[in-house]
Every structure is written in structure tokens, then in C-alpha cells.
Design a protein around this ligand. Structure first.
Ligand code: DON
Length: 304
């Protein structure tokens, strides 16, 4: 399959939407990013790489990080982790606090902010050097030691992340946070701040598409069955209250971030990362969604 040619065709079709949507500015450091960037990179199971346009420009992965922290928690804690966080789609925004009280401090899934904050707390409790082990896991997945936290973004979110702080306090009141709240929030903000390019992200996510290969990166091991479950969660919860729409239009498991990145996985075939900072009202990249919709339409490759 000539993905380069497909990307050129896709870009020509979607460039008409290049001014649609608005980049995230509730984290002030993200408002500084050039909103007109567009990159995409696909890596196949056989090892071919197809970078296109800004595929090597790094950006803040934000909620895409929640897949990586979940992978660590699932590897370390196994099924016991599900006593503290659910695995159902929320049908609410990524930063909604409403369900948390109604459901007694157990977040619906690990990809909404409340769920990812609980996962951050789990990792703080389990790991000797959480920040180092988290970034080393990503570096091992992407085979790239240059990947790092972006402290400007993390500090910017720390100063303005009052809703996340409110959720952490509510979680704590239900006994679902064990470590000091400031430590949990800072670790969560740092995980979201990691800076990666589409090329690095597509490489890092390829192992989640390879159910036939051993998953073992920096001591984080997942069984084939756990990889299946990670994909199931991305499919059902990866796009918050737009998960149904993403399944309908694209038909692949994936995860978005408010930095404008989206990763998606075609099991046993490829992983793809796309980046365009302008977001729709649900917090997902406008151009990114359109590009992936056309990718699975033109290639006729999807899980459905
Ligand atoms: O906690 C937040 O609001 C951000 N650090 C991450 C949110 C996010 O990326 C949602 N995804 N679309």
C-alpha cells in the first residue's frame, strides 16, 4: 500500500478544514503552539515508516499519555486495578466532574481526567522512581532517548488546573487517592506534558497493534490478552463523548489529546499518529479526525 500517495490525496481533500476549530488554551502554554501545523506518520508491522509534512515536529501528547500510564498500571497491578477505576465509556467530557460524586469516587474509565489521576496515584504507590520509570518506558517503546517532559507545559497546567485539583480532592474524600494530592497532580501534569512527534508516537504505539509479539519494554510486560483489553478501552473510551463518532467514522481503536494529537491502531497491520492543534468542541483534533476517516475509507483497512 502506498501510504505516501494516500496522505497527499487526503491532505488535498482536508485542507479546506484547516482553519476549523480552536487550539486548547485552557493550558496557557498550549496556546503558544502554531495552530496551522499538520503532521502524520504511519508505521507498519513490517517496519515501513511513512512520515508526512510535520511528522517530526514534537508537540504535547496530553491525554495520549493516559494509554501509556494505563499500560504500566495494568502490567504492574493486573486486574486488581479495576477496583479503583471503571472500564465503561463516560458519555461526558474528558474533564467532567459530575459522575464522580454520583458514582462514589470511582471514575468511569482510565482515560477521563479523573480516571487518569487515579492511575497516576497507583503508579506513585507502586514505582520507586515514578517520573523516571514512566519516561524510560516511553523512550523504550519509541526507541528514542530524546523524548522528555515539557516542564513549561506541566507548570502551566499546574497553575491553572483547578478542575483537575477539584477532582483529586473529591477522589481523596472517597479514599481513592493514597498519595499527597500535590504529588499526584504534578505527576499527572508531567505525564500529559511529554513532548513527542508523530513519528515517535507511531513507533511507540506499534507494539499495541502487535498481538503476536512479546510486549516487554523497560520491564513493563503485557500479555496478548492485556493488549486486547487496552485496544478495547481505546475503542470504547478513547474519545470521551465522541467515542461513538470516532468508531463510526474511523473504525479503529485510538486516543486523542488536547495538544491536537491522535494515535490509532490497526491491529496486526499498523499504528498511525496525526497532529493538528485545532480542536472540535469535544476536544479532539478536527483535521486529525478527518485525516483518519479518509485513511480507513481509502485503504479499506479498519477493524469493522
Ligand atoms: O488534564 C487535562 O485537562 C489535560 N492535561 C489533558 C486533557 C486531554 O488531553 C483531553 N483529550 N482530548
Amino acid at each position: 500500500m502506498d501510504y505516501n500517495q494516500i496522505f497527499t490525496r487526503i491532505y488535498n481533500e482536508i485542507r479546506q478544514y484547516s482553519k476549523e476549530g480552536k487550539q486548547a488554551d485552557y493550558i496557557p502554554a498550549l496556546a503558544k503552539v502554531n495552530p496551522d501545523r499538520f503532521g502524520i506518520c504511519l508505521q507498519t508491522a513490517e517496519g515501513s515508516i511513512y512520515p508526512f509534512m510535520d511528522a517530526d515536529v514534537t508537540f504535547s501528547i496530553q491525554s495520549i499519555s493516559k494509554v501509556l500510564s494505563l499500560a504500566m498500571a495494568l502490567s504492574i497491578k493486573g486486574e486488581s486495578m479495576w477496583s479503583r477505576v471503571g472500564k465503561e465509556p463516560s458519555g461526558t467530557a474528558f474533564n467532567s466532574i459530575i459522575q464522580l460524586e454520583l458514582e462514589n469516587g470511582i471514575p468511569r474509565n482510565p482515560f477521563i481526567n479523573a480516571g487518569a489521576i487515579v492511575v497516576a496515584d497507583m503508579l506513585l504507590g507502586e514505582l520507586r522512581n515514578p517520573e523516571e520509570e514512566y519516561i524510560e518506558f516511553i523512550r523504550a517503546l519509541a526507541d528514542d532517548d530524546s523524548i522528555d517532559y515539557n516542564m513549561e507545559v506541566a507548570n502551566s497546567e499546574k497553575e491553572t488546573g483547578f478542575l483537575n485539583a477539584a477532582m483529586a480532592y473529591l477522589l481523596k474524600s472517597y479514599g481513592n487517592i493514597c498519595n499527597p494530592i500535590d504529588d499526584v497532580l504534578m505527576f499527572y501534569f508531567k505525564m500529559c506534558s511529554v513532548q513527542m512527534s508523530c513519528r515517535q508516537l507511531s513507533k511507540a504505539f506499534l507494539p499495541f497493534s502487535q498481538h503476536n509479539k512479546q510486549f516487554d519494554f523497560n520491564g513493563i510486560r503485557l500479555t496478548t490478552s492485556q493488549i486486547k483489553r487496552m485496544n478495547a478501552l481505546m475503542q470504547t473510551c478513547g474519545f470521551y463523548d465522541e467515542a461513538g463518532e470516532f468508531s463510526y467514522l474511523i473504525g479503529l481503536p485510538g486516543k486523542s489529546g488536547v495538544g491536537g494529537g491522535i494515535v490509532a491502531i490497526c491491529p496486526m497491520r499498523y499504528s498511525v499518529a496525526v497532529w493538528s492543534p485545532r480542536l472540535n468542541p469535544k476536544g479532539n483534533s478536527v483535521m486529525g479526525m478527518k485525516a483518519l476517516e479518509l485513511l480507513t475509507t481509502y485503504t479499506e483497512e479498519s477493524i469493522f
